[in-house]
Design a protein around this ligand. Structure first.
Ligand code: CAA
Length: 386
């Protein structure tokens, strides 16, 4: 249903959408509410997604990936999130924040060693940037990486790390110098089994409960210099460029949430009768649906545009932030209106719109808050005008 192909994408994309949609309906939907109630990580689904090649969609086949373009990847995240935003989060953090940075900055040795494990989904990836005192101000991280010969020793605390409960590999950002600016930051590939790395249980949170977010403690974790990703001092740039791609993933997730809310609202409005007729016949409901549909489609176009720019090898910072900002705020509003259309049923935890409302909120927060997106957009535009 809906307008999800109003861009008239070539057939390959439509086929991909229908394959992912069928998988999500058949395999994911039956367990969504239970996984949410129990905050249960959907390990079996992630394994199946790996077998289908969906855990390494934009990774080169040379490294075990599917070699898809970024637009296909955005459609994948959109369709997974239309049924379960938690799975959209897991796949997006794994792919855009772990596998893609490894593909872009990894040495051949690092790619040979780690990338095919990530691309096949056998190893789950996590991106460890945020700290208790460093959220939006990402350049202020305090985790240290002290060099001793051929090794670094990492000490610090990372918080809200998506996938940490099940990740086998982390990209960890730490300071390798003391000048106090972003040029001190370097990135490291860290094996989960490294002594000194401890992962706490997942946070108790409002939404996306099946996607775990954990605190990760690093106490003198020994990392070979061969596992430094990029050069010393390049870490902040690696983090920011990874987040550019990640923000397209979150925008796609938000489009999936908005689409789900729209579909559920239409289905409910045509069958729910009040005052002797379906509520879909009332203008109050029609206007909500019209606004929701328009905003979902606008968010989709911004998201696909950012993905297409990535596929053309262009700078995506501005387009990705615009897509993430608009799509995340759109999906929170769509979920709120979907509850309003459903009335008290929408407020019930037995009904999926309640979960979409809870799941939607984080899209305005993680991978850069809406305020951070506005900072990025404004600073890019002002720089261009100077
Ligand atoms: N690509 C490449 N380089 C970039 C860049 C980008 N997108 N953005 C900035 N840079 C470079 C700049 O060019 C500059 O380099 P030079 O000094 O060489 O010129 C340098 O980085 C510093 O740039 P800024 O002065 O703009 O940096 P800032 O400190 O003012 O930060 C910010 C700006 C936009 C607020 C940034 O810190 C930011 O995006 N914050 C949000 C962080 C975030 O998204 N965190 C989420 C973490 S992951 C998560 O949510 C959980 C999870 O597990 C998924």
């Amino acid at each position: 249903m809906g307008l999800s192909n109003c861009l008239a994408l070539p057939e390959d994309y439509q086929v991909l959408r229908s394959i992912v949609r069928k998988f999500a309906e058949d395999r994911i939907r039956p367990q969504v509410l239970q996984n949410d109630r129990e905050a249960r990580f959907p390990a079996g689904i992630i394994e199946e997604l790996g077998q289908l090649g969906f855990m390494g969609a934009p990774i080169n086949p040379q490294y075990g990936g599917s070699g898809s373009d970024f637009l296909s990847y955005a459609i994948l995240i959109e369709e997974l999130s239309r049924v379960d935003p938690s799975i959209g989060t897991i796949v997006s953090a794994h792919t855009s924040l772990t596998a893609v940075p490894l593909q872009r900055w990894g040495t051949e040795e690092q790619k040979g060693k780690y990338l095919s494990l990530l691309a096949s989904g056998k190893t789950l990836g996590a991106f460890a940037l945020t700290e208790p005192e460093s959220g939006t101000d990402a350049a202020s991280i305090q985790t240290r990486a002290s060099r001793d010969g051929d090794h670094y020793f990492l000490t610090g605390t990372k918080v809200w790390i998506t996938n940490a409960s099940h990740a086998g590999l982390f990209i960890v950002f730490a300071r390798t110098d003391n000048r106090g600016n972003h040029k001190d930051i370097s990135a490291f590939i860290v094996d989960r089994e490294s002594p000194g790395l401890v992962v706490d249980p997942s946070e108790s949170k409002l939404g996306i409960k099946a996607a775990h977010s954990c605190t990760v403690h690093l106490d003198g974790v020994k990392v070979s210099a061969r596992d430094r990703l990029g050069e010393e001092g390049q870490g902040f740039k690696i983090a920011m460029q990874s987040l550019d791609g990640g923000r397209i993933g979150i925008a796609a997730q938000a489009v999936g949430i908005g689409q789900a809310c729209l579909e559920m609202s239409i289905q409910y409005a045509v069958q729910r009768r009040q005052f002797g007729r379906p509520i879909a016949e009332f203008q109050a409901i029609q206007w909500k649906i019209a606004d929701m549909a328009t905003q979902v489609e606008a968010a989709r176009l911004l998201t696909y545009r950012a993905a297409m720019l990535e596929d053309k090898g262009e700078n995506i910072t501005l387009a990705a932030s615009m897509a993430k900002l608009f799509a995340s705020e759109m999906c929170v509003s769509a979920a709120r209106e979907a509850i309003q259309i459903h009335g008290s049923l929408g407020y019930s935890a037995e009904y999926p719109v309640e979960k979409f409302y809870r799941d939607s909120k984080v899209t305005e927060i993680y991978e850069g808050t809406s305020e951070a997106q506005r900072m990025v957009i404004a600073s890019r535009l002002l720089k261009e005008l100077q």
